[in-house]
Write a protein that binds this ligand. Structure first.
Ligand code: NAD
Length: 282
């Protein structure tokens, strides 16, 4: 199947949606960017302007390429029709399903919907869709412009042609795609859960401070320690992913969510994006 990718819509202009918009526009796509929060898509574009200026100043991009990339991103204040939609909204099954219903009323029947969910079953997300075969996981990693990996996740109803088309699209964007079946947490988040969980356990036991835990893991060869990584991901998102993987594994104790993270979420200390998590950010 050749993917008709002439009109691209990204829904959700947060951390991930903005990063995906940048990568898609850098690859030459015209991108519409929508967010349910008024002004969020325009704000994401303004932030991207700074990022692209920074890349141009460092010589990583010509200033013409930076300007052309930015010009390809159009914030929109309603959902618009498209050939490919990439969804990067809140990690919540019901909210995502409601969005897909709205989208299906707008989209041509052969349009593809790719979800950037970190952990929710693609099979379950597709339930109730008119065309479940068109839903596929396209799981990017944070920060999207820097992280090469994309997990292309197939649910029970996903068309193999759709999965392959999205796999090829990721390749054209310079990403390294892998196919995965929709199992709880897919591949990376399944293996990474204990990395976060043990760090949270150490914090709960008051065994060591976040900076000590992070310094140890960095010294052991990890690029980021677990606490700074959770701050980067966002505690609201990371906690939602843990809850989803825990439930999907029939409440297997190995995946038990942590009260430490619950408290950070309750306090609104969501990490870098809110200015405070384990650490403070100016
Ligand atoms: P975020 O909180 O930064 O952004 C989410 C955005 O979605 C917000 O701007 C919010 O206003 C918007 N939104 C919420 N409901 C909406 C709706 N119904 N319609 C349109 N917009 C809506 O979150 P994020 O970190 O960008 O995560 C987005 C998705 O990507 C989640 O599914 C998450 O699991 C996944 N993901 C996150 C990471 C990460 O490291 N943060 C990595 C991979 C995948």
């Amino acid at each position: 199947m050749t993917l008709n990718d002439s009109r691209l819509l990204i829904v959700g202009a947060g951390l991930m949606g903005a990063g995906i918009a940048q990568v898609a526009a850098q690859a030459g796509h015209e991108v519409s960017l929508f967010d349910a929060r008024a002004g969020a898509a325009a704000a994401a574009k303004a932030k991207l302007a700074q990022t692209l200026d920074g890349l141009a100043a460092k010589g990583k991009l010509t200033s013409e390429a930076a300007a052309a990339t930015l010009a390809r991103i159009t914030p929109v204040d309603t959902l618009v029709s498209a050939d490919v939609v990439i969804e990067a909204i809140v990690e919540d099954l019901d909210v995502k399903r409601a969005l897909f219903a709205e989208l299906e009323a707008l989209l041509p029947s052969d349009a593809v919907i790719a979800t950037n969910t970190s952990s929710i079953s693609v099979t379950a997300l597709a339930r109730g869709m008119q065309h479940p075969e068109r839903l596929v996981g396209m799981h990017f990693f944070n920060p999207v412009p820097l992280m090469k990996l994309v997990e292309v996740v197939s649910g029970l109803g996903t068309s193999p042609d759709v999965a392959q088309a999205v796999f090829d699209l990721a390749g054209r964007w310079g990403k390294t795609a892998v196919h995965a079946r929709s199992t709880p947490g897919f591949i990376v988040n399944r293996i990474a859960r204990p990395y976060y969980a043990e760090a949270l356990m150490l914090l709960q036991e008051r065994a060591a401070a976040p900076e000590v835990i992070d310094a140890c893991l960095r010294a052991a060869g990890f690029r980021m320690g677990p606490c700074e990584l959770m701050d980067l991901i966002g505690h609201d998102t990371n906690f939602a992913v843990t809850n989803s993987v825990f439930a999907a594994n029939f409440f297997d104790r190995r995946f038990t969510p942590s009260l430490v993270q619950q408290e950070l979420v309750d306090a609104g200390f969501l990490g870098r994006k809110s200015g405070r998590g384990f650490y403070r950010y100016p």
